[in-house]
Ligand binder design. Structure first.
Ligand SMILES: O=P(O)(O)OC[C@@H](O)[C@@H](O)c1c[nH]c2ccccc12
Length: 255
């Protein structure tokens, strides 16, 4: 059987084979975008990375009716500092086309949110206009993570390196991750607990590392809690996708 993460990664291996059979033109966005790292570093408030998320394996359909560019514009106008776009199709109902459309619509950094296991996905993300890619520590052995991290950086992309426990945090630190995402959700069990941010953020000593608390953040109290734990930013999907008052919901999270 295996966990949901195992199933997603099996699917990704097939997707990668397909991508490799199609040529990816190595170009990217020509827009001049302020790096996410700089934005995080310069702000003394919690920076919100707002996510375009139609559906997820844990929640099913979240909001399948929205148009990604419109939603992204609303996020930008409401004070988000970056936009995350889920591009996985089988499990999250996203597409790389969503990312392209979002890139054309906003001036903010755009994060390609996918399960990256191969360089070809990084080329594709860049070509679609992504500024940041996600690397998930739980998905791959350390050497492969390091190779993909180095490849992304040398391609001019930023990396959000996602961890969920102490071992993964050590891996992030030893490969020199500058932006570490602490996922409050366990990708193997879906259990979400903000205490994960409290526990791991307190172990990050390097002041140059920017910390993003990811998943399960819904209220002003949640935002305050992870900010106090040391997060510089938060990654929020479901709450914003379900809100019928995005500006208000987003303002509640900027603490
Ligand atoms: O919808 P939420 O609970 O606000 O979570 C957003 C984001 O953290 C979540 O989508 C996420 C974090 N890491 C991931 C890795 C893969 C897919 C999805 C994710």
């Amino acid at each position: 059987m295996g966990t949901i993460l195992d199933r997603i990664l099996d699917q990704k291996r097939k997707e990668v084979e397909l991508l490799k059979s199609q040529p990816v033109i190595k170009s990217g966005s020509t827009k001049n975008i302020t790096p996410l790292y700089d934005t995080l570093r310069q702000s003394n408030q919690l920076s919100v990375i707002a996510e375009i998320k139609r559906a997820s394996p844990s929640k099913g359909d979240i909001n399948v009716g929205m148009e990604p560019p419109e939603q992204a514009k609303l996020y930008e106008q409401s004070g988000a500092k970056a936009i995350s776009v889920l591009t996985d199709q089988p499990f999250f109902k996203g597409t790389i086309e969503d990312l392209k459309q979002v890139r054309e619509t906003v001036q903010l950094p755009v994060l390609c949110k996918d399960f990256i296991i191969d360089q070809v996905q990084i080329d594709r993300a860049k070509q679609a206009g992504a500024n940041v890619i996600l690397l998930i520590a739980a998905a791959l052995p350390e050497e492969q993570l390091k190779a993909l991290n180095d490849y992304a950086i040398s391609s001019g992309l930023e990396v959000l390196f996602e961890v969920h426990n102490e071992v993964e945090l050590k891996a992030a630190e030893s490969l020199g991750a500058k932006i570490i995402g602490i996922n409050n959700r366990d990708l193997k069990t879906f259990k979400t607990d903000l205490a994960v941010t409290e526990r791991l953020a307190s172990q990050i000593q390097n002041p140059d590392v920017m910390v993003i608390s990811e998943s399960g953040i819904k209220t002003n109290e949640d935002a305050k809690r992870v900010f106090q734990a040391g997060a510089n930013g938060i990654l929020v999907g479901e709450t914003l996708m379900k809100s019928n008052n995005v500006p208000d919901a987003l303002q509640q999270l900027i603490v």
